[in-house]
Design a binder for this molecule. Sequence first.
Ligand code: HEM
Length: 539
Amino acid sequence: MSSVIFNLFTPRDLYVVLGVAGVYAVIHQLWLRPILFSPLRKVPGPPFGHFLYGQFVNIMKAEAGVVQLEWAEKYGPTVRAVGPFGLERMIFVNQSALQRIMVSEWINYPRPDFMRNILGFVAGYGLLTVTGNEHKLMRRAMNPAFSLSNLMAQTDMYYPPLEGLIQILHKHIAAQPEPEKGTEVLVYNWMSKVTLDVICATAFGYHPDSVHNDNNELASAYHTLLDMQSGPNIAALIAFMTLIPGFDWFLRTKFAYKYSKYLFRGPHIRELQPLVESVHRIMDVSQQMLDEKLREADVKDSETKKDIMSLLVRARMNDTEDGYKMTDKDLMEQVLTFLGAGHETTASGLSWTLWLLATHPEYQDRLRAELLPVIEANPRPDYRTLKDLELLDGVIMESLRLFPPVPMTFRKVAQDDWVDGVFLPKGTLLYIPIRVVNTYEEIWGSDAKEFRPERWSNLPPTYNSTFSLLSFIAGPHSCIGRTMAIMEMKAIMAVIIAHFAFEPAYEGQAAKPTAAITMKPEDNLPLKVKAVGKLPLPL
Ligand code: HEM
């Protein structure tokens, strides 16, 4: 047979045929499939866009979620858009679709590989990356550490770093030539230090004191990592992770760390050097924290420790019904996950809350009036006290709604399925529209984009407690740290607003959210801060 083919075609002819087939495959992937053949081509949505990058260019230019919200408002709750290299993505806003994707059929909608690789590399191959049965078992093992009783017992741990910040800000202001005029601070940087100290205390019983210590190893490594978070850098990382199998694993090796200066040179790749270095520095400190936990586990008084890792290490010693046990390696990945998932998200949430209060002074004054008597009575309010403060609750929830620290996430279709009457072929990419749903007029009303904390005391009839606020998403992969994050934000906001007033740093200042994995302020949010009230300085 092969000799017949060789008699018909010369090797040159074969090269030509292969070349033509290759060119056709590229044209098919880039244009013919999305325009003519894809089963999704008739779903309403924006035009094709850039000939190579589709709508990706518009997405990258805008704030996270804004373009997608415009599409949902223009084309309806089911939207299809073409991304880079002809790859389509679907957006579903309706509750029925979100219910299927995130809750009832969640196993058929895992996180896509590129996302798991990136998350695994920067935030550990733990709960954020596992899926299916492995996820069920891991989550079950971790749930008790996030129980309400444990969170209530941890509230006290929020205050030492916060009180350190209060003292530093008072000193800064007092040192100004005209203290009554206040001083300018980079709000995000301070919130990031406080939340790093809080997560280290609550998750590991470790006290880096980054609020006082500018050179703290962990804080400076995160600082480098977060400074690199930009749309183009994330896009480049996605491209590397998709095109080079095992690339995330390679970046984690000691070899990549040791030779990063030589390996990562040249355009688009040089950003990998600080990234690899900071991830390895974070891994080194995480390993030290874990070693300490494992040593402590043998000590008798470790029974009294309430931090999350102590609970996980102790739980590992007991037999479980399903026989699931975390290995030392699993525990190490969880350390990275708690640091990655629980620190910067909360810092961004707090920063956006202060931005909203700085630009809505009437709410700031009302909030302070609610908080002052509480903080005067007890400078370290407990869980129940914080939970019952109505305006504080409205302010935090409204901030998480308008500026969700994770503005979107992705899922892929594992097996062909139908959602809201649309056939989704295996492999289709789904954009989970967190910020879109949070500000969708059909759910929230015509003032959906406005900051109106009182709406939380009188929610619209279209509101659904699981699917109308997606800041922590829904279903088995929803944020395990949700209650902890809200509590921590409330405690920090209560004390800060009782002590200080915040104003925009300059006239015409605008919010500048990054369009990367998390939505932090691009300029680290400069704000003017002034001392208010006559509360005693924390000891
Ligand atoms: C305001 C703060 C926070 C926000 C907005 C937030 C948001 C989210 C979102 C949207 C997800 C789902 C991501 C996805 O599936 O693609 C998630 C998952 C997760 N979050 Fe959070 N988070 C916050 C704080 C925390 C804290 C404090 C912790 C832990 C101490 C934490 C730990 C996790 C973990 C482990 C997951 C993975 C859950 C799973 O797949 O089972 N988060 N978070």
